[in-house]
Design a protein around this ligand. Structure first.
Ligand SMILES: NC(=O)c1ccc[n+]([C@@H]2O[C@H](COP(=O)([O-])OP(=O)(O)OC[C@H]3O[C@@H](n4cnc5c(N)ncnc54)[C@H](OP(=O)(O)O)[C@@H]3O)[C@@H](O)[C@H]2O)c1
Length: 331
């Protein structure tokens, strides 16, 4: 029986996160089951009177009251100083790296992932923070997005190779998208749904991974499966930039499944890098930039192209504040 093959986006063309614990709850006794590094106390007697009202506030993550009114014991948990970050497309090739990195940095982040199927959930460890949903269905996104601080969007339509391709026949492979899974539905409506849901939930920052090539309507990727994928991705990027939510748009070069952290990253704009030899990047490097974008205000309200120098040339990028400071473009 003929089978379909899911192809890497670019290989198809071959040419390519301090608050002083805001209300720092301290009562007659206090239990701090956390390290001092992850929970900063700003102790004073002035806030004890407002303790009860504070502890009933909405979104008071990780704070429990134990005991009666005269003897309030507050357990302030480290969770309240962490940032809850949702990665969508968390079972995808870059999304799962971002999800994993967030999990590894559990002192700083509470990791959530959105995947499409139970199978994908199992694939990334089936933790409590993994939600099943479809970005084309806004309702299905609400549980995952409710209560998060930041959203990292790594969903994308995926072109499929038509069955029967014979690499020895000297012809180019043909591609298609499943019904309902065209870039218009996934890269435009699906991303828009996420941005709208995030805005409604008061999310503080959105990182969106797009692709280089979007300035060229005739880019070969647009013809894949007649999907105009870069056009729809660009439209979603514009929608995010116009949303008023602090954003970071990362337009990656050709993604490679290579080791990260060993190359010098290069910022570009307007697809200028595509005219050079610097137009690919390792998926773990894109994943790292997604997370670092949460840490620096220099990354906010910015859109940029991202690639890397070949391994062995330049110096591996370690200073992300400096990297983001180079970006001059809002879109
Ligand atoms: N490939 C490249 O060379 C390249 C180059 C530049 C930029 N990019 C961009 O970089 C990003 C990451 O690329 P990648 O190759 O790592 O991604 P990927 O492996 O193709 O992952 C895409 C993810 O989107 C999910 N998805 C698709 N439709 C969905 C829907 N309706 N609801 C929920 N999730 C849905 C998929 O879920 P399933 O796991 O269930 O399929 C998958 O996890 C993408 O935006 C891509 O366009 C790629």
């Amino acid at each position: 029986m003929a089978t379909t093959t899911r192809v890497p986006f670019v290989s198809a063309t071959t040419s390519f996160h301090n608050q002083c614990h805001k209300f720092c709850l301290v009562a007659k006794s206090i239990t701090l089951p956390v390290s001092s590094s992850s929970l900063k106390l700003c102790c004073s007697s002035s806030y004890s009177s407002s303790l009860l009202s504070l502890s009933t506030q909405k979104n008071l993550k990780g704070v429990k009251r134990v005991g009666n009114r005269s003897s309030v014991v507050v357990v302030a948990m480290a969770e309240s100083s962490k940032s809850t970050v949702l990665v969508t497309g968390a079972a995808g090739r870059t999304g799962q790296i971002v999800y994993q990195k967030l999990k590894e940095r559990s002192e700083e982040y509470v990791a959530r992932g959105l995947v499409r199927t139970e199978e994908s959930k199992q694939k990334i460890g089936a933790a409590d923070g993994v939600f099943i949903g479809d970005i084309r269905d806004t309702e299905s996104l609400v549980p995952a997005i409710q209560g998060i601080d930041a959203l990292i969007i790594l969903t994308s339509a995926v072109p499929l190779m038509k069955p029967g391709f014979d690499p020895t026949a000297g012809k180019r492979p043909e591609f298609y998208f499943d019904d309902g899974a065209y870039p218009e539905q996934v890269d435009w409506i699906g991303q828009k749904n996420q941005i709208d849901a995030a805005k409604a939930a008061g999310v503080k920052q959105i990182v969106l991974v797009g692709s280089m090539g979007g300035t060229d309507l005739n880019h070969p990727l647009n013809s894949l499966g007649d999907g105009n994928i870069l056009v729809w991705k660009r439209k979603a990027e514009q929608y995010l930039a116009d949303s008023g939510i602090p954003y970071t748009i990362i337009r990656a070069g050709g993604l490679q499944d290579k080791e990260g952290g060993i190359r010098e990253l290069v910022i570009g704009k307007d697809d200028e890098l595509l005219k050079t030899d610097i137009r690919t990047i390792a998926r773990p490097d894109v994943a790292e930039v997604c997370i670092q974008a949460l840490n620096f205000e220099e990354a906010q309200f910015k859109a940029f192209d991202l690639a890397s120098k070949p391994e062995g040339t330049g110096s591996p990028t370690k200073d992300f504040k400096a990297l983001f400071s180079q970006i001059t473009t809002r879109f």
